[in-house]
Design a protein around this ligand. Structure first.
Ligand code: C2E
Ligand code: MG
Ligand code: MG
Ligand code: MG
Length: 286
């Protein structure tokens, strides 16, 4: 909201803008915000898909939808550059809905091609989760696309739980009652207490990739990753490791009984077309 206010203020009073000594970064910020509004109108976004695999079977079990902004001049802009701003100015609502619908439509296409067991994970921002009609939106999309609720997983971060607004638990329960899965993304990087794992109807923990760095030399990271995997197993939750890039990480994860993996080793986020080829060819697991 602040950024939107600033943007209006600045465009409405350019003279003051140039004399008040604001730096170039602010000007870029204003341009960036208006470009982002245009991008929503012109649908300049693209969804990339990263495979999630079961190492034991070597199968792709699902994909994570990761949005990119195909900027007319700059090419593919990564979400880290525009999602935080989209969250701040509220554009995450239309962008997020567009991603949800696009990812579900694409999943249906893959089901129709014969990849019937594939599911899709979609990242949901706190601001999106707080929208009263999110449940309705999601259910309409499932109905439109003819997917089952179990084909969809929502990836939430711990900050949604920390905020713990009145509706958080209720909304999560409604999603779970309808059969939609809920993953906690970047698990272990937030500041929430572990007690919430008991109260909230979570299905999956995603081990943050920072804990898988240097598995053969970083004792602390390895200890944390091990603890998260054990925690998930003891609570009968699914666990998936993100950011898997090498064999040492794979060996470590297998030794702890974590067989669901995602990372550059198996496939980077890629276009739907490229992912279709990967589905047809299969991923390398050894
Ligand atoms: P995330 O949900 O934790 O997604 C994983 C990020 O790690 C992705 O970055 C992915 O490309 C990257 N990654 C995957 N495997 C590896 C690996 O082996 N090595 C390394 N170094 N990186 C790996 P990406 O696509 O840039 O997305 C960044 C973040 O932006 C996401 O983190 C998510 O929080 C957010 N995001 C992406 N798409 C959406 C969206 O549609 N809606 C919302 N609200 N947030 C999104
Ligand atoms: Mg994610
Ligand atoms: Mg993550
Ligand atoms: Mg992460």
């Amino acid at each position: 909201d602040t950024a939107m206010y600033k943007s209006k203020e600045l465009t409405g009073n350019n003279y003051q803008f140039y004399t008040s000594g604001m730096d170039r970064q602010t000007l870029d910020g204003v341009k960036f915000v208006s470009a982002l509004y245009r991008a929503v109108d012109h649908q300049e976004f693209v969804i990339y898909y990263q495979p999630k695999i079961n190492y034991l079977t070597g199968e792709i079990t699902g994909v994570e939808a990761l949005v990119r902004w195909n900027h007319p001049e700059r090419g593919m802009v990564l979400p880290g550059e525009f999602i935080p701003i989209a969250e701040e100015i509220g554009l995450i609502i239309p962008i997020g809905e567009w991603v949800l619908r696009g990812a579900c439509e694409q999943l249906k296409t893959w089901h129709n091609l014969g990849f019937k067991d594939l599911d899709v994970s979609v990242n949901i921002s706190a601001r999106q989760f707080e929208q009263r009609n999110l449940l309705h939106t999601v259910n309409s999309i499932l109905e439109e696309t003819g997917l089952s609720p179990g084909d969809l997983e929502l990836e939430l971060t711990e900050n949604i739980i920390i905020k713990n607004t009145e509706g958080t638990l209720k909304t999560m329960e409604q999603f779970r009652e309808s059969g939609i899965k809920i993953a906690i993304d970047d698990f272990g990087t937030g500041f929430s207490s572990l007690g919430y794992l008991k109260r909230f109807p979570i299905t999956t923990l995603k081990v943050d990739r920072s804990f898988l760095k240097d598995v053969d030399s970083d004792y602390e990271n390895t200890a944390i990753a091990t603890t998260i995997i054990t925690l998930a197993q003891n609570l009968k939750l699914e666990v998936i490791a993100e950011g898997v890039e090498n064999q040492a990480q794979i060996d470590f994860l297998l030794s702890k009984g974590c067989t669901s993996m995602q990372g550059y080793y198996f496939g980077k986020p890629q276009s739907a077309e490229q992912l279709t080829n990967l589905l047809l060819l299969g991923v390398k697991t050894r």
